[in-house]
Design a protein around this ligand. Structure first.
Ligand code: ANZ
Ligand code: ZN
Length: 846
């Protein structure tokens, strides 16, 4: 009987399903919650999914075998733009597209044999999930966690829609290609910035998270300490006697050469009202969109207002007030002073507009002239911890670090009463309004009498209307004939519905909590949440290291505050693992114009196309449809079985690194599994006991356990190769061999669960291996019965040998004499002395 996963794998899946093996139940066992980031229903699963979910499955099955009550759920992050785009491009409804994709992908996922409790499955576009998310919104609103304010958005004038920053590419709308404009709209915001300090500080305790992710979050939150102070204006219009600025480098104040205002600064707005040139300039600035990156990289543009301010350290020193496109209104105070000697942006700006570039400090020991010469060409921006020489310092020593100088400058300003040290965060409130159809409706209405009013909980869910069309640009909710008509829950009068929907990041900010009670009539059920939370192990891509995780951390806090989660769930993910990508070679030829033409892996053999044309090979590239370097998991599973796909995904590199999929690797994985299968199938009914093999099996238990616990699945795989080799070589038969095979089945089970069941059954295991408790290594078997002896030659340690502990002296002597290094030293001569101290050392005197 050959290894035939095509027929055996489905049988085991059915057996698990019939037995309800993976249903998560609250009971007296300790619980373990393992979660992989849920997929977007794009239409097909890809190899990245296979890798991610296999890793989670190894953990889930391993913990289950170890006696935990495991929660391992799956759902769908189902709202979002692609569904609307599909409707626009192919007709049809986003809802149908989404649910059809979910059905397809579920059919593709199921054959992988993941130990998922499918009864907990949901999609974020399900009416039920929408209802509970809206209930949360209302609770958050009542708890003061949500606010409505005006904000700058990227506006696509052709598609008539707001664009997310990621949808603005080179200043143009990603679909329409139209130049994006900045526009002010009233939007809903989650008040995440109230939690800046807490979200930052709590990172220190997330010991189960990768340092790099914690660092990325810390940078995103962006805490800085600086000085806030005001410049007195000289001749500005009434009401603008002062301009407030924020700086992290007050030590460079004597190197200031201008003040710059954001195009959205109140003074600029005032000036624009009566000066068409100012108005035109700010219009131009607005064309860059709102992304920080776009603003950073856009060429610096400025407009000289002709107004001036007094320098706080010298009232007779006047600095010009400019308007500059790189100053953001929503950071600091929306106004800065420019110190071109020590800031690259300011330098570019000053150079462009012929403004002065004085140095505040130079390299250590530099004179004022030397420092001025240094900064003339380029801004001098050493780290704040570097010691430099201040040539235009006003606070303390000439030679000091930037940090010390900043602290001293703040102290001077505070002592003299013209400024205050302040702490600022880069983190902004989270704007969640999207002018989109395919999202969770924001449950509020606008009443002429009462203003903006939350919908009554009894009226939830506010569901999307299904009779919409996507043939014209804009939000179909805005033009729906009746959907907007509502009744004000306060006065009972007529009202209009909010037509904005929520950012899809909202949906993914609490799904992990919903899995604990996925069908409840409230967002969570406390008994369930208290039992299952936190997620013990979260697994996903590094691309979500910032926004998704930060929003989830905020959301969990908001759910704690509103009573939906226990206090301990403030940080919802105890441990986080970010896995590497699946890569594949790219096969490329060029057409007659030299343009690249890509080829599918299945069309290339030994570096050639079917007609013999050689292809250029680009190694280890992220799988991407446009480069055709993709393999479809469905084909792999059809050809080799799920276990081969799983085994290969785990075997070739550490989980945190990229893994390159190769056809040869897949075949090798399949061959190995077939060999394991044969080992069990052909196990001799009788034969001798082989204590060495039994010992090897127990060592494998210890090693595989440790490897899985340490997320080193590739090492676990390697250990199982070793055990299989040892088994193949051993002459053990009968129960002695079957016992080893059963251990092998148990150790294989988290990784290749179907094959493990086959091996378990063939080796006489009782019931299914999935229900067998994780094997325990017998400590006696682990004891090392060999010893490593250092070999000293003429008093210096030169080599070592490993021998059985009980090896007689004369045999050790013979081994020492046969040792290559010893022979080299002796050069054929007999040693003067050869002393073996058993268990300790060997001394050779040449
Ligand atoms: C003078 C100065 C001199 C600055 C120098 C930097 C270097 P971080 O560290 O990221 O918090 N800034 C302040 N508000 C701004 C705004 N709304 N738009 C654009 N830039 C703004 O950045 C703080 C620094 O960024 C501040 O310190 C300010 O420029 C600028 F050699 O002030 B600095
Ligand atoms: Zn009303």
């Amino acid at each position: 009987m050959p290894y035939d996963p095509a027929s055996s794998e489905p049988l085991w899946r059915k057996a698990w399903e019939d037995a309800g093996t993976f249903l998560a139940v609250r009971d007296e066992r300790p619980k373990y919650y393992v979660l992989e980031m849920f997929p977007y229903p794009s239409g097909r699963i890809h190899m990245g999914h296979v890798r991610n979910y296999t890793m989670g499955d190894v953990v889930a099955r391993f913990k289950r075998a170890q006696g935990f009550s495991v929660l391992h759920p799956m759902g769908w992050d189902a709202f979002g733009m692609p569904a609307e785009n599909a409707a626009m491009e192919q007709g049809g409804h986003p809802r149908d597209w989404t649910y059809a994709n979910i059905a397809t992908m579920k059919d593709q996922l199921k054959p992988l044999g993941l130990s998922i409790d499918w009864t907990r499955e949901f999609a974020t576009c399900d009416d039920d999930y929408v209802a509970q998310q809206q209930a949360l919104f209302l609770d958050f609103l009542e708890a003061g966690l949500i606010t409505r304010k005006s904000a700058q958005v990227n506006w696509d004038p052709v598609d008539m829609t707001v664009l997310a920053n990621e949808q603005v590419i080179d200043g143009k709308g990603w679909r329409s290609g139209a130049a994006v404009e900045r526009k002010e709209l009233t939007q809903w915001f989650f008040r995440i910035s109230d939690y800046s300090e807490e979200l930052l500080e709590a990172l220190d305790n997330l010991n189960g998270w990768p340092d790099k992710v914690r660092l990325m979050q810390a940078n995103w939150i962006g805490k800085s300490r600086g000085l806030q102070f005001r410049f007195e204006t000289v001749d500005a219009p009434e009401g603008f006697d002062r301009i407030e600025v924020y700086t992290t480098r007050p030590d460079t104040l004597l190197g200031a050469s201008f003040v710059a205002l954001s195009p959205d600064h109140p003074l600029v707005k005032h000036l624009a009202a009566s000066d068409p040139k100012v108005e035109a300039f700010t219009e131009e600035c607005r064309r860059i969109g709102t992304t920080e990156e776009a603003i950073e990289t856009a060429p610096k543009m400025g407009y000289d207002t002709g107004l001036t301010v007094r320098h706080p350290l010298d009232p007779d020193w006047h600095l010009p007030i400019w308007i500059a496109n790189f100053v953001l209104m929503d950071y600091g105070t929306g106004a800065i002073f420019g110190s071109p000697g020590h800031d690259e942006r300011d330098h570019e700006f000053a150079t462009k507009y012929g403004l002065a570039i004085p140095a505040t400090f130079g390299e250590r020991g530099m004179s004022l002239d030397q420092a001025d010469a240094l900064v003339a060409k380029a801004a001098y921006t050493p780290l704040k911890s570097d010691t430099v020489t201040y040539v235009r310092g006003f606070a303390g020593e000439a030679d000091q670090t930037g940090d010390a100088a900043v602290t001293a400058a703040i102290a001077v300003a505070e002592a003299q009463g013209w400024g205050e040290g302040v702490t600022k965060f880069r983190l902004r409130d989270w704007g969640i309004s999207r002018q989109r159809y395919w999202g969770c409706p924001i449950p509020v209405v606008h009443c002429e009498k009462c203003g903006t009013v939350p919908e009554a909980k009894a009226n939830l869910p506010v569901l999307l209307p299904l009779d919409v069309s996507f043939d014209v640009p804009g939000n179909p909710l805005d033009r729906h004939p009746t959907w907007r008509q509502a009744t004000c829950p306060v006065c009972g009068g007529p009202a209009t519905r909010e037509t904005d929907t929520m950012d899809t990041f909202v949906d993914s900010s609490w799904y992990y909590a919903r899995f604990t009670a996925p069908h409840a009539a409230t967002p969570t059920v406390r008994a369930d949440a208290d039992y299952w939370m936190n997620v013990d192990q979260y697994i996903g891509g590094i691309e979500h290291a910032i926004l998704h995780l930060l929003y989830s951390r905020f959301f969990a806090r908001a759910m704690v505050k509103t009573g939906h989660l226990p206090e301990a769930a403030k940080e919802p993910f105890d441990a986080l693992f970010t896995q590497g990508m699946v890569t594949h070679e790219i096969y490329m030829t060029r057409d007659d114009k030299g343009r690249p033409v890509y080829h599918l892996p299945e069309d290339v053999t030994d570096g050639k196309l079917a007609d013999g044309t050689p292809v250029e090979i680009i190694p280890s590239a992220k799988m991407s449809k446009s480069k055709k370097n993709v393999v479809d998991p469905v084909n792999i599973v059809a050809n080799f079985g799920a276990d081969t796909a799983r085994w290969f995904m785990l075997s070739d590199s550490p989980p945190e690194r990229d893994v390159e999929w190769t056809a040869a690797g897949a075949e090798a994985a399949n061959k190995f599994l077939a060999r394991v299968w044969r080992l069990a199938d052909e196990a001799p009914a009788d034969g001798i006991d082989d204590p060495d093999l039994t010992r090897a099996a127990h060592r494998a238990i210890a090693d595989v356990t440790k490897a899985i616990e340490g997320f080193a699945f590739n090492k676990a795989v390697a250990k199982l190769y070793e055990l299989a080799n040892a088994t193949a070589k051993s002459s053990a038969g009968g129960e002695s061999r079957r016992a080893v095979l059963r251990i092998m089945a148990q150790l294989l089970a988290p990784m290749v669960p179907h094959l493990a069941e086959d091996v378990w059954a063939m080796a006489g295991g009782k019931g299914m291996v999935v229900d067998a408790p994780w094997p325990k290594a017998d400590p006696a078997m682990l004891e090392d019965d060999s010893v490593t002896l250092p070999i000293q030659i003429n008093g210096k340690r030169r080599a070592e040998i490993t021998v059985p502990k009980d090896m007689p002296k004369d045999q050790i002597e013979a081994m020492v004499m046969a040792d290559e290094i010893v022979q080299r030293f002796l050069e054929g001569a007999t040693p003067k002395k050869l002393i073996v101290v058993p268990g300790r050392i060997v001394n050779v005197v040449a």
